[in-house]
Write a protein that binds this ligand. Sequence first.
Ligand code: C2O
Ligand code: CU
Length: 441
Amino acid sequence: MKTQPKVVEYNFEASAFDWEIAPGKTIEAWGFNKQLPGPVLRANAGDTMVVRITNNLSEPTTIHWHGICLPAAMDGTDGVQKPIEPGESFEYRFVVKDAGTFWYHAHTNETVQMERGMYGALIIDGETDPVVDGEKIFMIDDMKLDENNEFTKPSWFLPRAMERHDGRQGNTLLLNGKENLIINVNGGQTERWRFINSSSARYFVLHLGGKAFKVIASDGGLLEHPVTMTEALITPGERIDIAIDFKEGESFAIESLAYDRMTFLRAKRETFATVKAGENKPSIAFIPERLRTIIPLASQDAAITRKVKLSVDPRIRDQKDFKINDGVHVNDKPVMVGELQIWEVSNTSRMDHPFHLHGFFFQVIEENGKAPEYMAWKDTVNLKPRSTIKIAWMPDNRPGTWMYHCHIIEHHAAGMMATFDVIDGSKPYEPKAPTHSHRHH
Ligand code: C2O
Ligand code: CU
């Protein structure tokens, strides 16, 4: 049964508010409708989503719809819109074409606004989504708080330099804005759990006490086949959906295994929440072996059309150390609508970086000389130290200014980002003067 496309409307107020992350432990959060995370936005593939935002913060903001293939003018960056000033409103309106797990977050002064909680989930349901007994959305975050539950401001040189280098990783571990969440489920059932890494810098290695789970989707929706795993890396910006079964009476932790991303901070294994399975209930869940077909955009040996280089200059000197193509906050060459893009993205630094492309899904066609283990549509992908990948993507007819950047928010702010235009070749092209306002570092 095909459902008629509809218009789904939301009203958002961005403001500062008190948020209890644990009993008696309250922080001053920034967010939407006084919730952390912000409200879950939900629609069917093909619907039009309208989000009206009124900014009651003390500073300007914009909202980016991470992963949604929308018109450039709705992308929520300061390259395509004037930031929404305090007291002003703005209406975002776009069609949500693709089913999947997406999210939204502030895209202005992110190192402050995202850190304080300006993010939420955006779920698009599709007609071929597998049938499950239940669903949960988990937004992963951590905060760096002092003993008064206030956000720390690194004030002297060494902590500041470390935070720029490592990204801001805190020891207040949050799942859906709460510490030590208890999650109740029922034995005999299968649920779909959607994980979104909304932290500034944390590499989250999902581990469920050793239980096997099936990864069924990533950034751009369903995979072709479920992939069984016991641990899965989710870098900042990335999403994965899993199908998981429960046994009556079992209890296990949602934890992150240690991941060494080669920073000053030592990696360790940490628990985010506890799951408890109650009595058995009947199940109607069915996870098919074939979830969908993903047609490859290009073969592994396709000719490279562009090279993108991520690097870290070891001299902190003038703070221009996190680079793309040897510059900071770069303007890259335009791409033409309809011309297949094969980008070689390399990371010459000694640390990991999650590479994010706005507005378009890509396929990873090669990773360090090898084909990836399975096909997926992605918008964020990790680059290990000294590694190279090839991605393929198609600029469809959505001309305008887009960007790509490292999703470790501190690296993005320090300069590891670029803007570029998608242009319609049938119209004359007038390159704009760079409009990008460089942010508060
Ligand atoms: Cu989720 Cu420009 O990023
Ligand atoms: Cu980075």
